[in-house]
Every structure is written in structure tokens, then in C-alpha cells.
Design a protein. Structure first.
Length: 597
């Protein structure tokens, strides 16, 4: 008998219109069966809308089956009187930690769960101490959670679940909004809890690189279970993975490419389990002697801060957006005063595609909000086409029409009853006719790749990728020259993310719109950005064309940035004495040159 037993699970719900009338019946989960043993690490993957989160909520009894059964530690989730026991047994960590944190201090938030379970006072604080120690958040116990980074908040959420003594923890896309370092920390925490504490882990994600540590992987598509197996068994089914809207981990994409090109054999491929091993193998094959420096642990030596390194870029200060020695302080004069931006000098010209990267809390979002005057500098100046936006007679309304901002959570920008009304809202407030406003809305909806069938659909009923496109369309309809996007692909599956980025690149090329994009995905940055701005602790530490930035050893060696595997390979080969162009940073460029040797 399994710890979790799911038999012929079906879950259906009614989709209703704004007046509460039933529009259609939706089958979110279709006849799924599987067992999970106590102590397993199970990864469930699938694109947005595949049913992953719905399945997670079934295990936690937040939802119950329409048909079939879900048994958790011997308890049927349909038993209303025992649902609290199910939730104590199977705790859940959600995508956005802000939706879980309610206490004014970290320790209060972690204590909330065991208090509601009726634990004694002594046991409550023992559980809090143990949970904070386990998640390495002990030193922050007296801190307001709102002052923590996204990764730290997520660890507080995990501690809150741990304090309730669960036998199972469900991570529902818990790393989707985090930077690479925080993502790895949360995943490592889950692995530790599984290996050392024997806690069953259900890891919901669409990032295939996160499932390598799992015992078993389940692949979902449109509510159905398409594949089950070990990570390697799943990665070998590339055709099914792509059909399900996913992509294999980058490491396995490279391995498969090398096998196809006959650059390595099957035995060599089976021996590769990490990026470092792949780099070592290629250096061995293409160089008689590996000369690049390593530490005694066998890992490349690192430098935590890449240092200030700027490429000289020509620009006209009378055109574009110019930030001159900008500083910004949160909570000035109060406890917790923080310099969010320090001495920022930055020029953004017309027609560029700029990626802004950095760890959570480095100042990226604060910087974005200065570009259209949502925030004003404490000191320093922001200029638009040579004019200081802080001047009393500067038209800020016109600036925000020309510099459109799309936030990380698109649902915060969507409010109208239909997509058409939402997208037309901005133009209608520009003193133009309704006919022209609607024409702009239709053109913008078409430009972001949405069909006319969604005009009358409530925007909040759309998928994550569609919501982002509607939010972007609402900005495009106002005719911007600059489009500023804060983490536009966070929470999106790989195919939806690629479609969105392709659309942004098309807007840049065909309409000449400047794209400024905050991102945590260095693979996306390498593929789409022409220029990269790297932030650290409120400062710009690197600024230059993408090829220049990726040629910097200090950036490659820093643990703060998840550098694309292709770039790691190039640096490894270059350090091994192989004559190769370090500025080529896409997969086909790396191997096309090696294949010709």
C-alpha cells in the first residue's frame, strides 16, 4: 500500500461567465492513476494548463475528486472531517511566497501553522527553532518577512510547512519567480529534506533541469499522464517531451546534439552527469592537455562579484533614456533604510534589446520603475530625449505612453471585463476617438499573436502566457517607443516563454521598439538580448554587448549568475588552449566550429 494512492482520478469544474451562468464543463484531470511511496522524490512536469497544480491540490485536499479516489497516508481526501489531517500530512509551498506569509516577524509566521494545530507552547517554539535551522533562516527570525528577498521568503514558507511536522511537502512551482541562486538553494533544501529527514517530496515544475534529482518523473499534458520513469528515461523521449510543450534540460540537449554529430559515443554520453563533466570531456577530446585552473575540490574557482566592467558604447545624450548618477532609498530615515540604487549611470537608446540581470534584491525592478517616472531619484536625474523628467513642466503622462511598463505579475494590470476593453483602456485615456482606440486595440492584440476569438474573453480567465500577451498589448496600443518588461517569462513553460520572446524580438525588428527586459534566465538572455546590464547590490557592475559580457571570466566564475552551458564550454575550451572565438555563445556556433576541426 503506497503512502499516496491515486486511482482513476478525474477532476471537472464549471467555467462561468460574469453573471454566474455555466459556459462549459472543463476536465482538468482525466483518469490518472499512480502510487507514491513514503520517502520518494517525485517530479511532476508539464506546460502551463497541463493540470500539474490541480493535481497538487488534490494531494493536499484543497480540491477533491469528481471521480476516482486520492488516499494520503491512509486517509481518503473526500472525508471532510479528516481534511485537516491530510493538510498536516501533506504541506504545500506555493509559487508566490507572498501568498503564504502573514506574520509580521519570520518566527511568528513559522509558528502560525503549529499554533493552529494545537501544539503546546513548548513544542511550537521547538518546531520553529528546528524549521528555521533546517532552512538556514535562524538569523532572520526577528525580521519582517516583507523585507526579505524572494528566495528568503520562499525559505520562510518552507519553514512554516516544516514546523507542522509533515510527512510530505508539495512544491507547486516554488522556484518559478526566483533567481538562479535562490532556485538552486530551494531545490537543494528539498533534496536535503528528502534524503536526511525522509520527507516525501512532490516537486511540480516545468523546468526540466530541476528534475534531475528526482527518483521518478511524471509528464502531464492536458490533464493526462503521458510518461512516467526515471529522469534519464524521460529525457530519452525527446519527441514526447517536445509534444508536451517542454524541453529537455540544457545538459541533455547538448549531449543529444553531440551524439547526433558523432562527436561523442553512447558510453561517453552515459558518463556525463553535470555541466562540468561535459566541459572536461570536450576539453580532453579537443586538447592534449587541459590547462585551465581549478581548485582542489575540482570546481572552477569563483569570484562572488564580477567587479565594475563597462564596454564603451557610443550614444547621443539628447536621445533615448539617460540615467545620470541616480540613487534611490527605501524607508529613508526609518529602520530598514536601504539603498536600492547606487550611482546608476545608464543610457538606453532606440531599437535596442537590453536584458537586465542580477540576483533577487539587486535593484532591477526599482531601476525599471525609474524609466517611466513611476519612481523618482533621491539624487541624480533621469532624462528622456534630453529633458529632465523631474521638471515641473515635464509631461509625465506622455512619458508613460512612450515608455510602457509590464509588471512581473500581469494579473495586477488586467481589470476589465473583456480582453478588448482591457487593451483599449489606455488609448481611450489618450483623448482619441473610440473608433481609433478600438483599432489600436485590435492591432495590438494581433501584434502579440493572440487571435480575435479572445476579444470577449475575461482576461483573468486566460493562461499565464496569454495574460502576459494581453498586458503587453495594452501597453502597445498606446504606441510606445520603449517596452519595459519585468520578468516577462517567469512562471511560463519553455514553449510559451519562447513564443513570447520571439514576439518581443519581432516587435524590436519590425516596429523598432526598444525592449528592456529583466530576466533570471541567462539562456534566454544569451539567445535574445543584444546588450546586457548586470546589477549587484543596487549598482550596475557590468554593461555591454552580449558577446562582450559573456567573454568576461569574472562573470563566468561568479556563483551569482547561471551562465549558459554553451558559454561555459567556450571558456573551458579557450582556457584549455584551443583557438576558438569566445564571443560565440549559441549552441550551433560552439559545435559548428568544433565539427569543422
Amino acid at each position: 500500500m503506497g503512502f499516496i494512492e491515486i486511482k482513476n482520478l478525474v477532476f471537472e469544474y464549471f467555467r462561468r461567465d460574469d453573471e454566474g451562468n455555466v459556459e462549459e464543463m472543463v476536465e482538468a484531470i482525466s483518469d490518472i492513476s499512480f502510487d507514491v511511496e513514503q520517502g520518494d522524490f517525485i517530479a511532476i512536469v508539464g506546460k502551463n494548463g497541463s493540470g500539474k497544480s490541480t493535481l497538487a491540490k488534490q494531494i493536499n485536499a484543497l480540491l477533491t475528486p469528481s471521480e476516482g479516489t486520492v488516499i494520503v497516508d491512509g486517509i481518503d481526501t473526500k472525508d471532510e472531517e479528516l481534511r485537516l489531517a491530510v493538510r498536516k500530512t501533506a504541506g504545500m509551498v506555493f509559487q508566490n511566497p507572498d501568498n503564504q506569509i502573514i506574520g509580521s516577524l519570520v518566527e511568528e509566521d513559522v509558528a502560525f501553522g503549529p499554533e493552529n494545530l494545537g501544539f503546546s507552547k513548548e513544542k511550537i517554539w521547538n518546531q520553529v527553532d528546528n524549521a528555521l535551522d533546517c532552512t538556514e533562516m535562524e538569523e532572520y527570525r526577528a525580521v519582517n518577512p516583507n523585507n526579505l528577498s524572494g528566495g528568503q521568503k520562499q525559505r520562510v514558507a518552507i519553514a512554516g510547512v516544516l514546523a507542522m511536522e509533515p510527512k510530505c511537502i508539495i512544491f507547486d512551482e516554488a522556484t518559478a519567480m526566483l533567481d538562479p541562486v535562490s532556485r538552486k538553494h530551494i531545490l537543494n533544501t528539498a533534496v536535503m529534506l528528502n534524503k536526511e529527514k525522509g520527507i516525501t517530496i512532490i516537486w511540480i515544475t516545468h523546468h526540466m533541469d530541476e528534475v534531475i534529482a528526482a527518483d521518478k518523473v511524471m509528464v502531464m499534458k492536458q490533464g493526462k499522464l503521458m510518461l512516467q520513469g526515471t529522469p534519464k528515461q524521460i529525457f530519452d523521449k525527446e519527441d514526447v517531451i517536445y509534444d508536451c510543450g517542454l524541453m529537455p534540460p540544457n545538459l541533455y540537449q547538448y549531449i543529444n546534439f553531440l551524439l547526433e554529430q558523432k562527436m561523442i559515443d553512447r558510453e561517453e554520453a552515459e558518463s556525463i552527469e553535470s555541466d562540468e563533466q561535459l566541459v572536461d570531456l570536450l576539453c580532453t577530446k579537443y586538447s592534449d592537455e587541459i590547462s585551465y585552473s581549478k581548485t582542489s575540490s575540482g570546481k572552477t574557482s569563483v569570484n562572488k562579484n564580477p567587479g565594475r566592467q563597462y564596454q564603451h558604447l557610443e550614444y547621443n545624450p539628447a536621445e533615448g533614456i539617460l540615467l545620470d548618477n541616480v540613487n534611490y532609498i527605501y524607508n529613508k530615515g526609518f529602520a530598514g533604510e536601504t539603498y536600492a540604487l547606487k550611482n546608476i549611470d545608464l543610457h538606453i537608446g532606440k531599437g535596442e534589446f537590453i536584458a537586465v540581470i542580477g540576483s533577487t534584491g539587486s535593484g532591477k525592478s526599482t531601476l525599471m520603475q525609474h524609466l517611466n517616472g513611476l519612481l523618482m531619484p533621491e539624487t541624480g536625474s533621469v532624462y528622456y530625449n534630453g529633458k529632465d523628467i523631474s521638471d515641473k513642466d515635464f509631461p509625465l503622462k506622455e512619458l508613460r505612453q512612450k515608455v510602457g511598463l509590464v509588471f512581473q505579475y500581469p494579473e495586477y494590470q488586467l481589470f476589465a471585463e473583456s480582453v478588448e476593453q482591457d487593451v483599449a483602456f489606455g488609448p481611450l485615456n489618450m483623448n482619441i476617438s473610440r473608433v481609433e482606440a478600438n483599432q489600436r486595440a485590435y492591432s495590438a492584440i494581433e501584434a502579440v499573436g493572440l487571435s480575435d476569438t479572445i476579444y470577449d474573453v475575461p482576461p483573468l480567465s486566460l493562461s499565464g502566457g496569454q495574460k502576459r500577451r494581453v498586458a503587453i498589448a495594452g501597453v502597445l496600443a498606446m504606441g510606445p517607443e520603449y517596452l519595459v518588461l519585468d520578468e516577462p517569462t517567469s512562471g511560463l513553460d519553455p514553449v510559451s516563454a519562447k513564443d513570447l520572446l520571439d514576439m518581443l524580438k519581432k516587435l524590436q525588428h519590425e516596429q523598432g521598439i526598444t525592449i528592456v527586459m529583466v530576466s533570471h534566465s541567462m539562456e534566454e538572455v544569451a539567445e535574445y538580448a543584444d546588450r546586457i546590464v548586470v546589477m549587484d547590490n543596487g549598482e550596475i557592475v557590468v554593461d555591454g554587448e552580449a558577446a562582450y559580457v559573456y567573454s568576461l571570466n569574472t562573470l563566468i566564475d561568479s556563483p551569482c549568475y547561471d551562465v549558459p552551458l554553451g558559454v561555459k564550454i567556450l571558456h573551458g575550451l579557450k582556457a584549455a588552449g584551443i583557438d576558438i572565438d569566445i564571443c560565440k555563445h549559441r549552441k550551433k556556433d560552439v559545435f559548428a566550429e568544433l565539427c569543422s576541426r
